[in-house]
Design a protein around this ligand. Structure first.
Ligand code: ATP
Ligand code: MG
Length: 459
């Protein structure tokens, strides 16, 4: 509070006025033009030549200032969507809540947004104060004030190579600080998703959340329940696919946000065995994202929910179902509750089911079965999932090693591996393994204590 007060005073002393930006030249901001997409330069130039203002804005400017190549470019302009559309051959007006224009250059999509006006005081809201629709255009300084964090509210003009900073974003970038614009409580009330965004940016950028920005979060977290599930899901997906998912989850917990936010996180984060599995899954996801490899949301959610599936699978089997139908019933149950809560898209749910359903098939190492499994188009995902189960201690490491060998082997070698698997009594077939590997086996059924589950984790 005191800090904020001092900042305010200083702001006034500096002559900072939220309607007048600080203008920074290249020697002050140091943005490297080479990090810009040529299409972003072309687009702003075309708008400017037609007499409009046009800037690169938001996350792209933040990333440029951090010396990171932005993954996409948003453009802000004072041209209306109709005026923008007329200037480009492949431009499409989209969105009902607030119209934006998608401009395509080859494969690249750029999003062009007309400056939004303040006016949210009059905008329609739900009974908790969440803004439902907000369609008015306005001057640039109002557009800046409506953005979420100071570091996301800067404008870059490639033509003059200047940055316009209305809210002290430059200082916050230098201090590695995430600061919400305006009164934090009011901004979270307008849009509770901002609480998730601040956590994601803090984890992704390694920034500190400024204390008054952070303080209201645990208290206001329940407001997220009123946000449409699809929007929360989109934001969660961004968080999980940020390359910093593990850090994000830790941050979510420390900000007091994980409760009630996602049912799956409640369950998973509070179970030691589940936590081990999820930690490994997220580490591997983060590794893939950082290495620029693709990540499948289906695989990710299949991992996050696996321990719920395991639990139900065990219950159905205990009730007398045979293993495969029991697994499908368990998957149905879990997917049903999660599609309600999470708006899991059907495509993702299908991938998840495929990955789960494949798991018992890895335990059948006789005859043609393993060859058939290898031919399954989803084999790789199922196999990676199996390896996670081994690494978390849920399954014997041997079965994962065997599949790795089988997967990589020449055809003659595969026959030998099959013979070997069948000669070995405890080769992973459940019936045979049970007596020898009591605790592990119970754990594989999802009922054993956490302690038994971490055996193979360091592989
Ligand atoms: P990322 O790197 O994840 O894309 P980003 O900052 O670009 O980060 P976007 O969701 O692409 O995030 O949004 C672009 C810009 O729009 C933000 O930088 C911010 O200025 C503004 N913005 C996005 N979401 C909100 C929100 N919920 N409230 C206020 N402003 C927002
Ligand atoms: Mg963005």
């Amino acid at each position: 509070m005191i800090k904020k007060f001092i900042r305010k005073i200083l702001g006034v002393k500096d002559g900072r006025n939220p309607t007048e930006p600080v203008t920074l030249g290249v020697e002050q901001h140091g943005i490297d033009l080479k990090l810009l997409s040529p299409n972003a330069i072309r687009l702003t130039q075309t708008l400017q030549e037609a007499g409009f203002k046009a800037f690169v804005v938001g996350g792209a400017v933040r990333d440029l200032l951090l010396g990171v190549k932005p993954k996409d470019f948003d453009i802000a302009t004072d041209a209306t969507p109709e005026q923008v559309k007329k200037l480009f051959r492949r431009a499409f007006i989209i969105g009902r809540r607030f119209q934006i224009v998608h401009v395509m250059f080859g494969q690249e999509l750029l999003e062009v947004t007309t400056f939004r006006g303040a006016g949210s005081a009059n905008a329609p809201k739900d009974e908790h104060g969440r803004v439902l629709r907000d369609n008015n255009f306005g001057p640039q300084h109002e557009d800046a004030a409506r953005r979420d964090f100071t570091i996301n509210a800067m404008y870059y003009d490639p033509a003059t190579q200047t940055v316009l900073d209305y809210h002290g974003g430059i200082e916050d970038i230098r201090d590695k600080t995430l600061r919400i614009i305006g009164v934090p409580e009011a901004r979270y009330r307008e849009d509770p998703v901002r609480m998730l965004r601040v956590v994601r940016f803090a984890a992704k950028l390694g920034f500190t959340i400024e204390p008054t920005t952070r303080a209201p979060i645990p208290v206001m977290a329940p407001l997220i329940d009123n946000v449409p599930a699809a929007r929360v899901f989109d934001e969660m997906l961004k968080l999980l696919l940020s390359g910093h998912a593990l850090a994000c989850l830790k941050e979510l917990r420390s900000a007091g946000l994980h409760h009630g936010l996602l049912p799956l996180l409640d369950v998973v984060l509070e179970q030691p065995i589940g936590m081990k599995f999820v930690t490994l899954a997220l580490e591997s996801t983060d590794g893939r994202v950082k290495a620029g490899k693709g990540v499948s949301p289906g695989f990710l959610f299949a991992s996050l929910l696996w321990h719920q599936v395991l639990e139900k699978w065990t219950a159905y089997r205990a009730a007398g179902e045979s293993p495969i139908p029991a697994l499908h019933l368990a998957a149905d149950d879990v997917l049903e509750t999660q599609t309600e809560n999470l708006a899991l898209q059907r495509r993702i749910a299908t991938d998840m089911r495929d990955i789960w359903a494949m798991q018992p098939r890895f335990e059948r190492r006789q005859g043609k079965a393993p060859y058939k499994l290898l031919e399954n188009p989803r084999f790789r995902a199922g196999y990676d999932f199996l390896l996670l189960r081994c690494a978390s201690g849920e399954l014997d490491a041997e079965i994962g090693e065997w599949w790795t060998a089988f997967y990589e082997a020449e055809s003659g070698e595969r026959e030998r591996l099959l013979t070997q698997a069948n000669a070995r009594p405890a080769a992973g077939e459940k019936k045979k393994r049970a007596p020898r590997r009591g605790p592990r086996h119970r754990n594989a059924e999802g009922t054993a204590a956490a302690a038994a589950g971490s055996g193979g984790a360091e592989e």
